[in-house]
Structure formats: C-alpha cells, structure tokens
Design a protein around this ligand. Structure first.
Ligand code: HEC
Length: 216
C-alpha cells in the first residue's frame, strides 16, 4: 500500500496549527478591553471632540462636564405659572370655572367626551358609573369561584356620580386627572392641560345629566 511520506503529515499538522492562530488572536482581541478605538476605515463624523457624561472637564472650577441647570432657568414654554390652568387652583381654592383662556361651549364638551371615551371609560364606564370594561373584567377575575385568578386584587374604579365626587369642583377633578388619586394613576403626562380641562368639564356635565332635579 502507498504510504504518505512522514514529512507531509508533519507539514499538514503544522499548517493546521498555524491556521487556527488568526481566529484565536481575533477572538482574544475582541474579548480584551482596550483604550484605543477599533480600526475604523471611514470616519465620517463618528469621532468628534466632546465631553461625555460623567467625565471631567477642566474648563469649569468644579471639574464637572455635566453642567447643572442655571438657577431659576425655565425651559421655553414650560413656566406653568398659571396656577388656574396647570393646577386647578384659583385664589388658593379649587377652581370652579375654566381657565380664562378657555371657553365653555359645545365644542369643548364634545372634545371632553371624546377624550373621556379614550382615557377614562375603560375603567369608569362611558356614563361614569365605574362600570368600564377593564373594571368588569377585573371584578370577574376577583369573584372567581376558586379564589381570585392569579391572585388578582382590584380597587373598583369609583363611580363619578358618587356623592363625594359629584360635589367636587372642576379644579379638583382636573387635579385628579393630572396627578391621579390613591389607586388611580395620573394622566398629566399623557393628556395636555387643555384636554384635561375639557375632560373635567365633561365629567361635571355627566354628573349633572345623572342628577337632574325637577327644580333645575
Ligand atoms: C385604570 C383605571 C382607571 C382609569 C383609566 C381612570 N380611572 Fe379614575 N379612578 C380609578 C380608580 C380605581 C379610582 C378610585 C381610586 C381609589 O379609591 O383608590 C378612581 C377615582 C377617580 C375619581 C374620584 C376621585 C375621588 O376624589 O375620590 C375621579 C374624579 C376619577 N377617577 C376621574 C377619572 C378621569 C376623569 C379619568 C380619565 C382621564 C380616569 N379617572 C381614568 C381608576 C381609573
């Protein structure tokens, strides 16, 4: 039988070892942190002189590159000085009227109704009795015969026709929408102030609609 000369076997073995070296070197380099940037053929605008967050900057006395906001600075358009508009407070008490820049009319209530349908009805129900779809489903889970499903606990969404809510002024309802209350989350981050007022006005209208007296 033809026998391969030994020298070829040795050459093949050495070649194999040499062939594994580059991948090993690359793997090692990838796993080792280095202060130098990676080889970058096209720089474009990838590397620019700048101070990164949490680094030092010798330009300032305190050496911080992240500068604190200058005292009393206000981001443009974010002063929120109108306490009636943004807090629902007028002369130290909950406002009973809309802010001066808004007008109570059919368009405002229609807007409020639409926003209420989007943001509030899921829990409070379209008519505000606290019987929204989410509430009904949660009650179902809680009332399960074998105990609450997955340990569900639930605080029922309050009926907006409850005496304690019906007697609240528009500003207080606005405040509840903005910051939430007890187990209800706030919607100040999702709903712009003007829309929160529209919803508050609509809630007051809803309450009137369910509490009509022969005298009014
Ligand atoms: C995820 C469910 C949920 C949504 C959505 C929701 N609420 Fe509520 N709301 C609740 C619950 C629960 C309570 C009762 C909280 C408690 O008593 O701990 C409540 C309470 C209230 C109250 C009574 C506050 C008081 O003084 O007792 C008002 C008013 C109210 N919500 C208005 C709204 C309005 C307006 C919206 C829409 C912008 C809205 N809610 C959206 C769950 C919700």
């Amino acid at each position: 039988m033809f026998k391969l000369p030994r020298i070829f076997v040795y050459i093949a073995m050495i070649a194999t070892v040499i062939a594994i070296l580059p991948p090993l070197v690359i793997a090692r380099a990838r796993a080792t942190p280095s202060p130098n940037r990676p080889i970058h053929i096209f720089w474009d605008m990838d590397f620019q002189p700048k101070y990164k967050t949490q680094t030092q900057n010798p330009l300032f006395a305190d050496g911080r590159s992240m500068r604190p906001v200058v005292e009393h600075a206000v981001a443009q358009g974010e002063a929120y000085l109108d306490s009636h508009m943004y807090e629902g407070v007028l002369n130290g008490d909950w406002a009973t009227t809309l802010p001066a820049s808004m007008k109570m009319d059919a368009a405002l209530l229609a807007r409020g109704q639409e926003r209420f349908g989007i943001y509030c009805s899921a829990c409070h129900g379209y008519a505000g009795f606290g019987d929204g779809a989410v509430n009904q489903r949660a009650m179902e889970l809680v009332a399960n015969v074998n105990g609450p499903v997955n340990g569900t606990t639930w605080v029922a969404a309050k009926s907006l026709h409850d005496e304690t809510v019906r007697t609240q002024s528009m500003g207080q309802v606005f405040n509840t929408i903005t910051h939430g209350i007890r187990n209800m989350a706030g919607y100040g981050a999702q709903i712009p102030a003007a829309d929160r007022w529209a919803i508050a006005a609509y809630v007051k209208a809803l309450q009137l609609s369910q509490d009509a007296q022969a005298s009014n």
